[in-house]
Design a binder for this molecule. Structure first.
Ligand code: GUN
Length: 279
């Protein structure tokens, strides 16, 4: 039976350090959080981010825009926030309504305020390994692995999912730590054949039950990034948890695994942005 990796406890521990550091700065770091529309899941995520800010001694500025907001209106708000010296980080919750071009919005956020690390300037730095903002979910996974003394170096790492938010940057961070990385996706010919080779398996598909026990090697480390809901509306990941936990040496639960670590890295990035703005 696998050891369950407690992201909630680790995030709580690390938050205390962030809070303390924020309190020592000449002014509180500030994060602007923009939500367009009323997607229920996004509303929960945004509320949690604002709660984390309060706990970390970070000032949050919430902007709730209605679902019919135009691209120009959103670009106008980003321009104001880009030029406000009292705002360190800008986060636009994704997904955006169809009338708004997501790429245009990501490009409009000033890279030094891009605490999601979605801007191509920051993505480029992740590719080359230069210092900069780290992508929240992948960096949270790496912190969790470090906490449990799990090194990616020389290991076969298999990432399932190739999104810009998780899969691609996750592969890059594992590669940076000298993992031998495979990225699987919807066109992968035989997913189980790939996942069965993994020493470290990261699943970021967003489909309940896609990772079953027979797809996991004995002793593998399994990181479940997904946030799905079962028929009863309960949060669950990609893995059939009981089956996979039988085979794995370590596994992250959903909830309480990667999610809290993602939120933690957002706070770390906001603090880093503030420090850079305060020198
Ligand atoms: N939607 C789902 N995950 C994220 C995230 O990490 N950042 C933003 N801005 N939107 C998201």
């Amino acid at each position: 039976m696998a050891i369950i990796m407690d992201g909630k406890a680790l995030a709580e521990k690390l938050r205390a350090g962030i809070k303390e550091e924020c309190g020592r700065l000449p002014r509180r770091p500030a994060l602007a959080v923009i939500l367009v529309g009323e997607d229920p899941a996004s509303q929960v995520y945004v509320r949690n981010k604002e709660k984390d800010c309060t706990e970390c001694n970070i000032r949050s500025e919430g902007y709730r825009l209605d679902a019919h907001t135009s691209e120009d209106q959103l670009l106008g708000l980003i321009d104001v926030l880009n030029n406000n010296d009292l705002v360190d980080g800008i986060l636009v919750q994704l997904p955006l309504p169809a009338q708004i071009d997501q790429e245009k919005i990501i490009h409009a956020i000033r890279p030094d305020k891009d605490v999601d690390a979605f801007h191509p300037f920051n993505v480029g730095k992740i590719v080359t390994g230069e210092a900069g903002f780290l992508p929240c979910t992948p960096a949270g996974v790496m912190e969790l692995l470090r906490e449990y003394d799990i090194s990616a170096s020389g290991k076969r790492c298999v990432v399932v999912g190739r999104s810009n938010i998780v899969g691609k940057p996750m592969a890059l961070l594992l590669l940076r730590e000298n993992g031998t990385v495979t990225v699987c996706h919807s066109k992968t010919a035989d997913l189980a054949e790939e996942t069965r080779r993994a020493d470290i398996l990261v699943s970021a598909v967003g489909k309940r039950g896609v990772i079953t026990g027979d797809m996991v090697k004995d002793g593998a480390v399994v990181i479940d990034v997904a946030m799905n809901r079962d028929e009863a509306g309960k949060l669950c990941g990609d893995c059939v948890f009981d089956e996979v936990a039988e085979k794995a040496s370590y596994i992250t639960p959903v909830p309480g695994g990667v999610g809290p670590m993602t939120r933690l890295v957002l706070m770390q990035n906001t603090l880093a942005a503030a420090k850079a703005h305060l020198v």
